[in-house]
Every structure is written in structure tokens, then in C-alpha cells.
Design a protein around this ligand. Structure first.
Ligand SMILES: NC(=O)c1ccc[n+]([C@@H]2O[C@H](COP(=O)([O-])OP(=O)(O)OC[C@H]3O[C@@H](n4cnc5c(N)ncnc54)[C@H](OP(=O)(O)O)[C@@H]3O)[C@@H](O)[C@H]2O)c1
Length: 274
């Protein structure tokens, strides 16, 4: 779905660039519809040269321009940025924040009453178009707003809607999850090297195996346990490997990892918010 609105991005770092690239590639927006600000002149030049979009350093000017405002600065500076730009934001603008751990209530405290806010939690694979984003809808958000946010984040992957109270769980799973999987890929490759494979070959086999297995889950719609049972033949190699994973408590370890990251996200979110 193309978004027929002017979109401002405040903070043009990695996540903003992933969104700009995704929206243009997916024809969700044209370059003329995008305006990004950043304090670094190199970032502005880079985005202008690479994507042909409007860039600037004046957040107020950009905020006044956009009908959709994407806040993509670091959470530590978001309060200050909002303080300086809130009065410039269009009255009817949809505000989307990707700042990790920054609650809708804290955003609303900086914005005029009745501001429509969507909080989003994308993850790093968004930069290769394979991200997953959880969105939580603030009070007064319309169906059209939700569709707009979905179209924007679908341009870099898939989108789920959750209640805001589940954002820490999202952070523990899909936010931190890519790092868990990198560790798993590295370990699988180490196993391949131990079994005699050249390092590069082992890494390729490991990464593609994880990618392929994930696609099987997503595209078949089958439960992972069903797919696992299908590859584990009686007395075969796979069940021997699976037995070792169970001995090593892989499942409990991954559950613990998600739980610990979720807890840490809650702790960080409980800190002061300006
Ligand atoms: N990357 C991810 O996968 C991911 C996932 C989920 C959520 N997020 C959220 O997305 C946001 C951006 O993350 P990121 O990874 O893209 O970080 P980043 O690359 O550091 O991007 C932030 C950009 O905003 C700029 N900036 C800082 N203060 C500014 C201001 N007052 N006005 C305009 N621009 C300003 C920064 O410039 P300087 O470098 O000079 O500070 C930087 O270029 C964060 O809130 C993060 O929590 C990111």
C-alpha cells in the first residue's frame, strides 16, 4: 500500500535509513514524500545523494512539514528533541516512535492533548528487508493510522500489533533475538569446522540452514515440532543431534535468554524519562 502522505523522519541513523530504503524500494513512498533530519552533515549528504530525498538539520521545519512523523533518534535525546519540536508538529499528524523503551505515555506528555501516537519496535534485519516490527497503538489512533504504520514497517519486513505492555517481551524476543541467532549460527559453523569443513563453507551452510528452516516455518505454516519430527528419522543422524541439544538444555536456555532480556528491558524502561 502506498502512503499518500508527507513523511518526516527525525534522526537519520541506521533505522531511519532502513525505513527510507524500504519505503522507496517497496513504492510505499516517493522521494518527494520524504524529509529526514540529522545533526550530522555527512548523514544528510549521504541520504540526499543516495535516495534523492529532502534532508535538513532543522527538526522544527521538518516536523511542520510532515503529516506522518517518525521519531528515530536515540531514546536518551528524544525528550529534548520533542521539547524543541512539539509546537511545530502538525495538529493532525500521526506520530510514530521507534525509540526503544520509550513509552507512549512519555511521548504524549511532550505532545499536545489528543496526539495520535504509535510506538514501534523494529529489529536490525530491517536493514536487509527481513525485519519484524511490533507496533502498539496509542489512544485515538485510527484504522487508517494503523494501516499507514503497517505499510511503512512492512516495507522492511513483517508487522505484528501488540498491546504496549508486551513491548518488553517483544524486545526480549525479536529485538535481542538476532544476536541469539548469530551465536547459534557461529556455533553451528564451529561444529562444522570441528567435523572437518573449511570455515567459510561451514558458515555458509550454517547461515543458510537457519534461514531455510525459518522460511519453512513461516511459509509452510506448520508447527516447528511437526517439521522437526519430519526430519528426525528412526535411529538416524538428526535424532542423535537433537538428543545432544536436549542434554544441553537448549530450549530452557533460549527461554531463559528471552526472559532475562525482557526483564532487563523492564529495568531500563523503569529509569527516569524526561
Ligand atoms: N537499529 C535498530 O535495529 C533499532 C531497533 C529498534 C529500535 N531502534 C530505535 O531506533 C532509534 C534509532 O536507532 P539507530 O540504530 O538508527 O541509531 P543511530 O544510527 O544512532 O541513529 C540516530 C540518529 O539520530 C541522530 N540525532 C541525534 N540527535 C539528533 C537531533 N537532535 N536531531 C536530529 N538527529 C539527531 C544521530 O546523530 P549522532 O550519531 O550524531 O548522535 C543519529 O544519526 C533509537 O531510538 C533506537 O532505540 C533501533
Amino acid at each position: 500500500m502506498a502512503v499518500q502522505k508527507k513523511i518526516t523522519l527525525i534522526g537519520a541513523g541506521n533505522m531511519a535509513e532502513a525505513l527510507i530504503a524500504g519505503m522507496l524500494k517497496g513504492k510505499v513512498a516517493t522521494p518527494e514524500q520524504l524529509y529526514a533530519t540529522d545533526i550530522l552533515p555527512e548523514r544528510r549528504t549521504h541520504l540526499q545523494d543516495r535516495y534523492g530525498i529532502k534532508t535538513g538539520a532543522d527538526n522544527g521545519d521538518a516536523a511542520a512539514w510532515g503529516e506522518v512523523l517518525i521519531l528515530a533518534v536515540e531514546p536518551q535525546v528524544l525528550g529534548e528533541v520533542l521539547q524543541l519540536t512539539a509546537q511545530s508538529i502538525k495538529k493532525d499528524a500521526l506520530v510514530i516512535s521507534v525509540a526503544a523503551g520509550y513509552p507512549i505515555g512519555s511521548l504524549a506528555a511532550h505532545l499536545p492533548p489528543g496526539a495520535r501516537i504509535i510506538r514501534a519496535m523494529p529489529n536490525t534485519p530491517s536493514s536487509v528487508g527481513a525485519g519484524v516490527t511490533a507496533i502498539a497503538l496509542g489512544p485515538g489512533v485510527t484504522e487508517e493510522d494503523r494501516e499507514t504504520a503497517e505499510a511503512i514497517f512492512r516495507s522492511v519486513g513483517t508487522v505484528v500489533t501488540v498491546e504496549e505492555r508486551l513491548m518488553d517481551a517483544v524486545t526480549g524476543l525479536s529485538g535481542s533475538g538476532p544476536a541469539y541467532v548469530y551465536l547459534i549460527i557461529e556455533a553451528l559453523a564451529d561444529g562444522g569446522v570441528k567435523a572437518g569443513l573449511p570455515r567459510q563453507t561451514a558458515e555458509q551452510l550454517a547461515a543458510q540452514t537457519v534461514l531455510g528452516a525459518a522460511r519453512m516455518v513461516v511459509e509452510s505454516g506448520d508447527h516447528p515440532a511437526v517439521l522437526k519430527d519430519r526430519v528426525a528419522s528412526p535411529g538416524g543422524t538428526t535424532i542423535a543431534g537433537l538428543h545432544k541439544l536436549e542434554e544441553g538444555r537448549l530450549r530452557a536456555t533460549l527461554i531463559n535468554a528471552v526472559e532475562a532480556a525482557c526483564r532487563r528491558s523492564k529495568e531500563l524502561g523503569a529509569g527516569p524519562r524526561d
